[in-house]
Write a protein that binds this ligand. Structure first.
Ligand code: 4NP
Length: 160
């Protein structure tokens, strides 16, 4: 079975759909598209069923990335369904872990920016109430983190 990644933010219309689609691109280019799968979710239900935010779509498009998918809320069952859960900021991280009442899934949950190698930041900032530069920043950070995440995962998928 494929290795399953889940990207999580607050609304699942800006940061996590970008992470999902950028990571899918990164994985496909590495020839690992049938080995690693990507999905995303939001800790809130604010935008359930909605497509990615237009401003986020525009920022992604300038880098050649089309954002696909619809918002859904993170649910407890996701802890079992995914191998690694990547939170965009520390609030997302805390909100995810608050649903892990048995504390058996803590090690599956990580902050996305742990995988950045060019940017020394802890979080992918929420761009929702800011200007267009915030959306470009999200893409920059995620391109970096996705490369780092692939480098982290790659040894597991080395050809024998
Ligand atoms: P996201 O951005 O968590 O990156 O999808 C947001 C989307 C919507 C809201 C906040 C952040 N909101 O407050 O509705």
């Amino acid at each position: 079975m494929a290795y399953r990644l889940l990207f999580v933010c607050l609304g699942n219309i800006c940061r996590s759909p970008s992470a999902e689609n950028i990571m899918r691109h990164t994985i496909d280019r590495a020839g690992l598209g049938d080995r690693i799968t990507c999905d995303s979710a939001g800790t809130s239900s604010y935008h359930v069923g909605n497509p990615p935010d237009r401003r986020m779509q525009a920022a992604a498009k300038t880098r050649g990335i089309v954002l696909e998918g619809r918002s859904r809320q993170f649910v407890e069952e996701d802890f079992d369904r995914f191998d690694l859960i990547l939170a965009m900021d520390s609030e997302n991280y805390r909100d995810i872990l608050s649903l892990d009442r048995s504390r058996q899934y803590r090690d599956k949950v990580r902050l996305m920016c742990e995988f950045c190698t060019h940017h020394a930041v802890k979080e992918v900032p929420d761009p929702y109430y800011g200007g267009p530069e915030g959306f470009d920043r999200v893409i920059d950070l995620l391109l970096d983190a996705c490369e780092g995440l692939l480098a982290y995962l790659r040894p597991q998928f080395a050809q024998r």
